[in-house]
Write a protein that binds this ligand. Structure first.
Ligand SMILES: C[S@@+](CC[C@H](N)C(=O)[O-])C[C@H]1O[C@@H](n2cnc3c(N)ncnc32)[C@H](O)[C@@H]1O
Length: 282
């Protein structure tokens, strides 16, 4: 698709704020991960049930706050690497989350203004705030799709309206695959996404680790599974590594997210409990 400027899929609301009518269509009585995550990040786009679930999670695993911050910093460093050193100009960011500082298009377009970004999330609150994600720079394009990651056919078909799948694309799956049960075969989902992409494309992902601070992370998962609409499956390093099957892992490989090309020793020392990495399709 040609053309520059902001582009939507037609599914984003007119107003970025949560209006009364939009609120009415949201179930605010049950915690949802997009809003719980927003609370951990210090955001205001959450409701009482989200805050209660988030606080219970903090009580089980206090490092969750540092973990989500380290995860956002990892996302920024990865996108900067992809748009810079790797020369990527197309991004498919699935499980986007409620817009916050340094969204993918902002980081990518700060390096390469012509970058095109498709955001995908299935949470109605993220949809409500999609306007902030559609604020592309004039030389690039962003679009937003309200869809479930498991529906890879729809995700790919709509993304293809914005991205040229004959050229390399980076798929970002940041802290989202833990919400796909083993029964839904997350490896097959990742494989289906990568299958659609040409050589030179990338997969970047982060995933909460069952084998870092195992006991506390186990308690965290139990609490979240009692309180949140979305279920959580923590995975160990070997399980996360399998998502990169057939890809060339970029240095430093699959590591704790603060240790992926950290900006400083202080950043690298964060106790964050997620695995993260970037792989290239040859
Ligand atoms: C923990 S947040 C991560 C947000 C962002 N990727 C980041 O790393 O900062 C997970 C996001 O994935 C979304 N999500 C969860 N399951 C999903 C699914 N099946 N399809 C699409 N999005 C999903 C949630 O709504 C939420 O916004």
């Amino acid at each position: 698709m040609g053309g520059a400027g902001t582009q939507g899929t037609g599914e984003a609301p007119e107003d970025g704020a949560t209006s009364g009518a939009e609120r009415a269509s949201l179930d605010t009585s049950v915690a949802h991960i997009a809003r719980v995550y927003n609370y951990w990040l210090g955001g205001k786009d959450n409701f009482a049930a989200d805050r209660a679930a988030a606080e219970q999670a903090i009580a089980a695993y206090p490092q969750i706050v540092l973990s989500v911050r380290a995860n956002r910093a990892f996302l920024s460093r990865v996108v900067r690497y992809l748009a810079g050193e790797a020369g990527i100009r197309q991004f498919l960011d699935i499980g986007t989350g409620i817009p916050t500082a340094s969204n993918t298009h902002e980081v990518a377009q700060s390096v390469a203004p012509e970058s095109r970004v498709v955001y995908v999330d299935n949470d109605p609150v993220v949809l409500v705030h999609a306007r902030a994600l559609l604020a592309s720079g004039p030389r690039g394009v962003t679009s937003y799709l309200d869809a479930d990651l498991r529906d890879t056919g729809r995700v790919l078909a709509v993304a293809a309206q914005t991205l040229d799948f004959s050229r390399p694309v980076a798929v970002l799956l940041m802290a989202v695959l833990q919400h796909v049960d083993d029964a839904d075969d997350p490896r097959a989902i990742v494989a289906a996404l990568l299958e659609a992409l040409p050589p030179g494309s990338y997969l970047a992902l982060s995933h909460p680790a069952s084998d870092i601070d195992a006991e506390a992370q186990g308690k965290l998962a139990d609490r979240l599974n009692q309180t949140m609409a979305e279920k959580v499956t923590m995975r160990d390093r070997a399980q996360v590594a399998r998502f990169f099957g057939g890809l060339e892992l970029i240095e430093p490989g699959l590591v704790r997210v603060p240790q992926w090309r950290p900006a400083s020793e202080l950043e690298a020392a964060s106790p964050a409990g997620l695995w993260g990495g970037v792989g290239r399709k040859d």
